[in-house]
Design a binder for this molecule. Structure first.
Ligand SMILES: CC(C)(COP(=O)(O)OP(=O)(O)OC[C@H]1O[C@@H](n2cnc3c(N)ncnc32)[C@H](O)[C@@H]1OP(=O)(O)O)[C@@H](O)C(=O)NCCC(=O)NCCS
Length: 215
């Protein structure tokens, strides 16, 4: 099923120079073949389902290595599951080749979604797939009523996608992080200012619902 809001062919033409440069950069013959023959017309964006889990683990292992478990964002990921309705894969030849995940977080009185990990198979880099996945995830978050989306990442990459630095000291992470890499995109005006203190998975900060007693 394709989520609403975009079509398979709206992003199609990839400049040939990029595909060829990408292919030339690949030392693995299989990757070379994929990169040389792949076009964006072969890539489909889909909501993530459990059947993608093993491929996504492999994509993230390849992109981040074992060090990913020590990252600040991973500590939050340990706190609870991602939201599959806001998480997406790029699929080529029936295989997931890129993934973006989102999970609900809270910080002080504010709630948000944390984007990540975002990773693209090396043979598929620099074709616009990462940017497209971020855009799709942001559109889905907005439709779902998310007030904002935050992440730990490179401003030069995420800035053009709407992310801005969160003022230093406004929020913190459960592990040390470069504060200049804490970025947010605001989907509801004023939402980012409500985020304060340490960010945690929403599942660990759930406030008990008041019990209603029938009279
Ligand atoms: C970062 C990543 C997701 C980008 O995905 P992608 O599909 O290759 O990127 P896109 O095609 O959307 O964008 C390519 C552009 O982004 C730039 N770019 C890539 N990574 C960047 C970074 N970390 N900082 C700044 N620019 C970056 C490229 O140079 C290219 O620029 P150009 O358009 O001017 O040529 C991918 O390289 C990847 O999986 N990296 C390893 C995992 C990772 O670092 N994830 C992000 C964690 S914050």
């Amino acid at each position: 099923m394709r989520p609403s809001g975009f079509t398979d062919d709206e992003w199609v033409p990839a400049p040939d120079r990029r595909r060829l440069a990408n292919a030339a950069a690949c030392s693995d013959p299989t990757s070379y073949w994929n990169a040389k023959t792949m076009t964006l017309a072969d890539v489909t964006y889909l909501p993530e389902v459990p059947a993608h889990d093993a491929e996504i683990d492999s994509i993230n292992e390849e992109a981040f290595g074992p060090g990913r478990f020590a990252r600040a964002a991973y500590k939050i990921r340990e706190g609870g599951p991602h939201d599959r309705t806001l998480s997406f894969v790029a699929v080529s030849d029936g295989l997931a080749v890129a993934s973006v995940r989102m999970r609900p977080v809270v910080a002080g009185d504010g709630r948000s979604y944390m984007l990540g990990p975002l990773a693209v198979r090396p043979a598929y880099k620099n074709l616009g797939i990462g940017r497209r996945l971020v855009s799709i995830a942001l559109e889905a978050a907005q439709r779902a009523g998310a007030p904002s989306v935050i992440l730990v990442g490179d401003e030069p990459y995420y800035g053009p996608l709407g992310f801005k630095r969160i003022p230093r000291g406004q929020i913190s992470m459960p592990r040390p992080v470069d504060l200049d890499r804490l970025l947010a995109v605001e989907l509801v005006p004023g939402a980012v200012a409500t985020l304060t203190g340490e960010v945690g998975h929403a599942a660990q900060h759930r406030v008990a619902e008041p019990i209603r007693i029938a009279s």
